[in-house]
Design a protein around this ligand. Structure first.
Ligand code: KE4
Length: 428
C-alpha cells in the first residue's frame, strides 16, 4: 500500500489543526505511522486519497451500522437539505424521532437531543445531580464518556492511548466529585458507596465497555450496580453511546434485562451526523429546562439534517427484523475465524465479543477491566494494525477500542479479512 497523498495531507493538516486531526485517536499515535486520509466511503469500504480500498471495521467508531452512504439515508438528507439545514426552531421531525426512540427503548418517557455523545453524558450527569441534589458520580477506570471534565479521570479510549487518562486542565474541584471504581468489580463500587453513603448522585457506566477494547459485563455485575443504586438512592446512568441501537433496538437495557434510570445515546442515533441524546422517565426529565431548573441547551440540537439522518437509520433498523442477528453472526464468524488461525501460533491472545463489538488483545490474561486491558502487548498490536492495513483491512487504531461491524459487510469481506489475517500471521 502507498500512502503518499495521505502523508502530504497530514503534513498540511498539522500546520493548521492540532496534531492534524479533529479527534486524537485518528492520529495513529498508538500504532505509529501517519493517518490515512479518506476520499470517500460506500457500503463496507473506505477509499483513501491514494486510491487504496479498505474493508472498514470501525464504521466511524460506531455510527455507520448500515454501511457508508446508505442510499435511503443519502436521499433523505439530500431532500431535507433543499428545505434548509437549521432553523433554531422546533420541527415535527424532532418529535417523530423522539417518539420512535421512546417506543424502542425501555424505561424512558422523554428524550432530549444534543450534538454529541459527550454532550449527552455531560448533560445526563448534570440532570442526575439536579434530580438527586447530590454532587458525586462514580465512573469506572477505562470507561470513556466523552471529553467533559468530569469524565477525564482514568478515562478510556484515546485518553488511555495518550497516557493522559487524567487530562491537564481538569481542576481538583472537578476531580474530587468523580469517584473511581473498577469494571466488573462490585466490591470496588460498594466501597465507594460505603465511603460516601449519601453523596453519590449517579453511577455512569458503559453497560458493555468499548473503550478498553470490548469488555462485556460479568454475570451479576450490572444487576449488582442496580441494587447498589437502589440501596443508596443513586441513579444508574447507562452510557449507550456505543451500544444504543447496536446491540438491538432497545440497546443494552433490553439485551441485558437491566433497568437504567437515565440512558445516553450517540453514534447510530444520528446515522452519521452529529447527534447525541439523553433520556429518562418523566419524573427525571421534567427537571430539565424549560420545564425544570436544570439548564441545558444547544444551537444545533435537533437540527433537521441530523434528525432526518437518524430517523431514516432507525426506521431501517426497525424494518429489518434480521439485521441485528445477521450482524452478530458476521461478528461471530470473524471472531471464530481469527481465533482458529491464531490459536496454534504461540502468540498470547484474547478475543472479547458482544453483539457486533469485538476486540483482539495480545495477552494471555482474560481482559475484564482497565488493568487487564493494559497488559496487552502493544508492539504486537502495532504490527497487527499495520499488517492488516497494508492488506486492505481498516481496524481501530488503538488496542483500547472496539471493532464495530456494519451490515454492508459481506461473507466475501469476512473471508478476505481472514485471508489477510492468515497472511499477516505468517510474518511474525
Ligand atoms: P462523542 O462526543 O465522541 O460523540 O461521544 C463520546 C462517547 C461517549 N460515550 C461512549 C461510550 C463513547 O464511546 C464515546 C466516544 N467514543 C469514541 C470511540 N471510542 C469516539 C472516537 C473519538 O474519540 O474520535
Amino acid at each position: 500500500m502507498l500512502y503518499q497523498r495521505s502523508s502530504a495531507l497530514f503534513e498540511a493538516a498539522k500546520k493548521v489543526i492540532p496534531g492534524g486531526v479533529n479527534s486524537p485517536v485518528r492520529a495513529f499515535k498508538s500504532v505509529g505511522g501517519n493517518p490515512v486520509f479518506v476520499e470517500k466511503a460506500k457500503g463496507a469500504y473506505l477509499h483513501d486519497v491514494d486510491g487504496n480500498r479498505f474493508i472498514d471495521y470501525i464504521s466511524s467508531w460506531g455510527p455507520m451500522i448500515l454501511g457508508h452512504a446508505q442510499e435511503d439515508v443519502i436521499i433523505a438528507l439530500t431532500q431535507q437539505a433543499q428545505k434548509g439545514t437549521s432553523y433554531g426552531m422546533p420541527t415535527a421531525l424532532e418529535t417523530e424521532i423522539a417518539a420512535l426512540v421512546v417506543s424502542m427503548v425501555p424505561n424512558i418517557d422523554k428524550i432530549r437531543f444534543v450534538n454529541s455523545g459527550t454532550e449527552a453524558c455531560m448533560s445526563a450527569v448534570r440532570l442526575a445531580r439536579g434530580f438527586t441534589h447530590r454532587e458525586k458520580i462514580i465512573k469506572f477506570a477505562g470507561c470513556y464518556h466523552g471529553h467533559s471534565d468530569a469524565f477525564l479521570i482514568q478515562a478510556g479510549s484515546g485518553a488511555i492511548t495518550f497516557g493522559a487518562p487524567n487530562s491537564p486542565g481538569v481542576t481538583q474541584g472537578t476531580a474530587k466529585d468523580t469517584l473511581l471504581a473498577n469494571y466488573n468489580d462490585l466490591a470496588s463500587v460498594e466501597a465507594v458507596f460505603q465511603q460516601y453513603p449519601e453523596e453519590v448522585a449517579a453511577i455512569i457506566i458503559e453497560p458493555v465497555a468499548g473503550n478498553m477494547g470490548c469488555i462485556p459485563p460479568n454475570a451479576g455485575f450490572l444487576e449488582g450496580l442496580r441494587a447498589l443504586c437502589d440501596q443508596f438512592g443513586a441513579l444508574l446512568i447507562f452510557d449507550e453511546v456505543m451500544t444504543g441501537f447496536r446491540l438491538g433496538l432497545g440497546g443494552a437495557q433490553e439485551r441485558l434485562g437491566i433497568n437504567a434510570d437515565i440512558v445516553t445515546f450517540g453514534k447510530v442515533v444520528g446515522g452519521g451526523l452529529p447527534v447525541g441524546a439523553f433520556a429518562a422517565r418523566t419524573e427525571i426529565m421534567q427537571e430539565l429546562a424549560p420545564d425544570g431548573p436544570v439548564y441545558q441547551a444547544g444551537t444545533l440540537s435537533g437540527n433537521p439534517l441530523a434528525m432526518i439522518a437518524g430517523l431514516t437509520t432507525l426506521k431501517l433498523l426497525q424494518a429489518d427484523k434480521e439485521l441485528f442477528s445477521r450482524l452478530d453472526g458476521k461478528t461471530q464468524q470473524l471472531h471464530e475465524g481469527m481465533k482458529a488461525l491464531i490459536e496454534h501460533k504461540g502468540i498470547p491472545h484474547q478475543f472479547n465479543r458482544f453483539g457486533s463489538m469485538l476486540s483482539l488483545h495480545f495477552t494471555d490474561t482474560p481482559v475484564v477491566d482497565f488493568k487487564t486491558a493494559a497488559l496487552g502487548n502493544n508492539d504486537h498490536f502495532k504490527a497487527y494494525f499495520h499488517g492488516m492495513l497494508d492488506r486492505g483491512v481498516y481496524l481501530p487504531s488503538s488496542a483500547f477500542e472496539s471493532y464495530f461491524l456494519n451490515d454492508a459487510l459481506s461473507n466475501e469481506d469476512i473471508a478476505f479479512t481472514l485471508d489477510a489475517f492468515q497472511d499477516w500471521l505468517k510474518t511474525i
